[in-house]
Design a protein around this ligand. Structure first.
Ligand code: PBG
Length: 323
């Protein structure tokens, strides 16, 4: 035998020389669930190790994450049911605690990169990402609301707007709305290829934001489709997005690679709540090794082509690296 590939695997030292992919703090974005109040740190039952924070505990959590090297955070609001309505008006109200939290976090840690969520579902009495009329999700009526929400968030100092709603034309609509108000520096990380997935369960538990009726299949994508993902990604690029996202990640590694090959924009991948829950739950049952499961999943998402990974494991992964 002239060729023995195992020679390049024979020691840890050699393996580390030939390692092609390594996930570091620079690649990671940490999601934080926020609620109005003080001194709250409430665990999400279906996603152990992930919490809902009030502003004081959130600031403490962010400080610990910064110490581990994390620089980017994506923020989601849990809104009280009585503040929800058909037009998500609380999303752009001055009273919105989420906007106040963004301000406070930027004031305390000006160097961090904060990414928002733009979609109606946390604020909508229908629990849908868009405006509902007679059971239908209306596209263009939704855009106006998303525009207002984006401007309110930009005004609060957000660094990147994160439209997660999958309405048509929303990236351009939001870009123009921001520019018209002078927010030309505010970026857009678009959820470009977002699939109608079973894996968002724990997230909807965390925010109590599940649809009250129907499903999200008229706006989120069919898991069967590949070409549509490329179409959505390229449209968002043309409409002025700064970052494209594929979501979920682990079951969609082929899509991450396809999108990466089609664009010169950075691509992010969202390892969603259900993906992290699957890994945590098997580890809790003693069926897989948690540390290895986290590391392997993140490495493979990066290998598939993700420049940045949103994951509930970000902090834990970096803590593991330090061990
Ligand atoms: C809402 C939104 C969802 C997620 C991010 N933004 C849920 C949904 O579309 O129903 C899911 C993230 C996760 O599961 O971790 N627009």
């Amino acid at each position: 035998m002239l060729i023995r590939p195992r020679r390049n695997r024979k020691s840890k030292a050699i393996r580390s020389l030939v390692k092609e992919t390594q996930v570091t703090a620079n690649d990671l974005i940490f999601p934080l669930f926020l609620e109005d109040g003080n001194n709250i740190k409430r665990e999400i039952k279906s996603l152990q190790g992930t919490y809902r924070y009030s502003i004081d505990t959130a600031l403490k959590e962010i400080e610990e994450c910064i110490e581990l090297g994390l620089q980017s955070f994506i923020l989601f609001p849990a809104v009280q049911e009585n503040l929800k309505d058909k037009i998500a008006s609380y999303s752009y109200s001055d009273k919105n605690f989420y906007l106040q939290y963004i301000r406070k976090i930027k004031e305390t840690f000006p160097e961090v990169n904060l990414i928002s969520d733009v979609a109606m579902d946390p604020y909508s009495s229908d629990g849908h990402d868009g405006f509902v009329e007679n059971g239908k999700i209306l596209n263009d009526e939704t855009l106006d609301i998303l525009g207002k929400m984006s401007i309110a968030q930009a005004n609060a100092g957000i660094d990147m707007i994160g439209p997660s709603d999958m309405m048509d034309g929303r990236v351009q609509f939001i870009r123009e709305a921001l520019d018209n108000e002078g927010f030309t520096e505010t970026s857009i990380m678009s959820y470009s290829a977002k699939y109608a997935s079973a894996l968002y369960g724990p997230f909807r538990d965390a925010l109590e934001s599940a649809p009250k009726a129907g499903d999200k299949k008229t706006y989120q994508m069919d898991p069967s489709n590949r070409l549509e993902a490329i179409k959505e990604a390229l449209l968002d690029e043309q409409e002025g997005a700064d970052f494209l996202m594929v979501k979920p990640a682990m079951l969609y590694l082929d899509i991450i690679r396809e999108v990466k090959n089609e664009t010169t924009l950075p691509v992010s991948a969202y390892q969603v709540s259900g993906e992290c829950a699957m890994i945590s739950a098997s580890a809790n049952n003693g069926w897989i090794n948690l540390e290895q499961g986290i590391s392997e999943s993140l490495t493979c998402i990066k290998r598939a082509g993700a420049d940045a990974i949103i994951t509930y494991f970000a902090k834990q992964y970096l803590q593991n690296l330090r061990k």
